[in-house]
Design a protein around this ligand. Sequence first.
Ligand SMILES: [Zn+2]
Length: 105
Amino acid sequence: MELLTAEVSDFNEKGKHTTTQAIMLPFSFGGYLVDTPGIKTLTLHQDDAPLIPKLFPGFDRLYPHCRFRDCRHLEEEGCAVLRALEEGELDPMRYESYVWIMDNI
Ligand SMILES: [Zn+2]
């Protein structure tokens, strides 16, 4: 099985990472995301990538309510994740991490 790793670094105008706070989001299927404001590293099995819209932490209880079964929660109509985001039930930082993952795999 192939491992997929994506990594980006963001620097502020002084060329330094902005904060040191780190968040790790464990995925139930074995991959993990290290999420700091400056560095994000995602490691997961490539075969598991299509599962992310369903298994991303906090999305598991939402996606069954999406209008489309294969909803990616990005700009689909009738998306329960986007609705939860609008209604303040979903942490915008978490959604941002999700969008980043979808952009990088
Ligand atoms: Zn959705």
